[in-house]
Ligand binder design. Structure first.
Ligand code: KIV
Length: 258
């Protein structure tokens, strides 16, 4: 039996913060699992893992492949599957793809980007037994349509979007790239938990992309990221040492040989 489900997550609101991190493979999922409530198989894997410029070319097949790996590594964790761009453009397509997720992986819920305009799709999924997490504010899948990533300041729209998702039956919402006071207002306005990324501290939980949080992504550090490890530096130092040892004949030694 999994330790966390949508009911226990919802009961945390106002009591205890929800902790979420991304993972894309079994190895890291297993390391993260004991310390987090939710593992998100985010479409950010298209950038972090596949080296693409944005998340838009991620496919259902790719997301399922990584989700299956995460499921193997974190058997007891609550796993959230991020629906890739284009996989939920209407009710029929969204349900077909969401059913694919439940039938082919251990994912407990799906996440999709969009507010009011996606409410009918969310309602249809929920009616068919799919647990849905919304994602509003800065929506990375809109990066090309909007010409970049921008912090969201439109209070009215944000509150309307959040309310529409809650009314449609979403069990939780992620709010990204939003002024802290607005995110707080959203959290206070909703009964369901609101998890933030770049949305300040006054929400019901936090999510970070693992490679940002562990310092493996070196190119730049968004303001909202805290690095808990200098992963890239540590890896480079270790591999440089390995290379030096091999070249100098210092690796392997007698104990490391048969
Ligand atoms: O894809 C992802 O990792 C996400 C997080 C940024 C919330 O959607």
């Amino acid at each position: 039996m999994k330790k966390v489900n949508i009911k226990t997550l919802q009961q945390k609101k106002g009591q205890e913060k929800i902790v979420m991190i991304t993972a894309y493979d079994a190895l890291f999922a297993k390391l993260f699992a004991p310390y987090v409530d939710i593992i998100l198989v985010g479409d950010s894997l298209n950038m972090v893992f596949a080296g693409e410029e944005d998340t838009l070319s991620a496919t259902m097949e790719q997301m399922l492949y990584h989700t299956k790996a995460v499921c193997k590594g974190a058997k007891e964790s609550f796993i959230l599957f991020d629906m890739p761009y284009g996989s939920y453009i209407d009710k029929k397509i969204a349900l077909k793809n969401a059913l694919k997720v439940y039938k082919n992986s251990c994912a407990d819920a799906i996440k999709l980007e969009g507010g009011k305009e996606k409410a009918k799709i969310v309602k249809h999924l929920v009616k068919n037994g799919i647990a849905v997490c919304g994602h509003i504010g800065l929506m990375p899948q809109n990066v090309r349509g909007e010409g970049g990533y921008r912090v969201v300041k439109d209070r009215k729209k944000l509150l309307e979007d959040a309310k529409a998702l809650e009314d449609a039956g979403a069990f939780m919402i992620i709010v990204e790239g939003v002024k802290a006071n607005l995110a707080q207002e959203v959290s206070e306005a909703l009964k369901i938990p609101v998890v933030g990324i770049g949305a300040g501290a006054d929400v019901d939980g936090q999510v970070l992309v693992w490679s940002d949080m562990l310092g493996f992504f070196e190119e730049f550090k968004p303001k909202f990221v805290r690095r808990y490890l200098e992963g890239a530096t540590l890896v480079k130092e270790a591999v440089a040492k390995f290379s030096k040892d091999v070249k100098e004949g210092a690796f392997p030694n007698k104990e490391e040989s048969y």
